[in-house]
Design a protein around this ligand. Structure first.
Ligand SMILES: [Zn+2]
Length: 129
């Protein structure tokens, strides 16, 4: 007896193939990180010196200046980085952010691929007689 293939299986197969390609791209990017990377976040802040007649006392604060927030022994530590963003700490923090973002996408993708395989399995399975 000829089994009719579900019309959805080519779609599911294409979807899985696309996701596997993205998984390889992400995985390859992740293993290329050489480190060190620093667990931290970058933010811009304005500051006030409050000196005499300075512009900052009239609502025009200095900056923005770049600050790094890092986790050190379970505590948040703030460090002034300055106006430039080409320092190695900045790069290491950006690498951390980039790494985490790619890793999060990879994990989400893995779970999506798993669910596609389950779908495929259910489409391919016929009741035993
Ligand atoms: Zn000032």
């Amino acid at each position: 007896m000829i089994q009719r293939t579900s019309t959805q299986t080519p779609l599911i197969r294409r979807q899985i193939a696309r996701q596997l390609k993205e998984q390889i791209i992400l995985g390859s990017a992740l293993i290329k990180f050489r480190g060190p990377i620093v667990k931290g976040w970058l933010n811009l802040r304005y500051a006030q010196c409050r000196k005499g007649n300075c512009q900052c006392t009239k609502g025009r604060p200095h900056g923005p200046f770049l600050y790094a927030t890092m986790r050190v022994k379970g505590k948040n530590v703030y460090r002034y980085v300055g106006k430039t963003d080409d320092g190695s700490l900045v790069r290491q923090i950006k690498d951390y952010q980039d790494f985490r973002q790619k890793l999060a996408r990879l994990r989400k993708l893995s779970s999506e691929i798993d669910s596609q395989y389950r779908k495929l399995e259910s489409k391919l399975t016929r009741p035993a007689t």
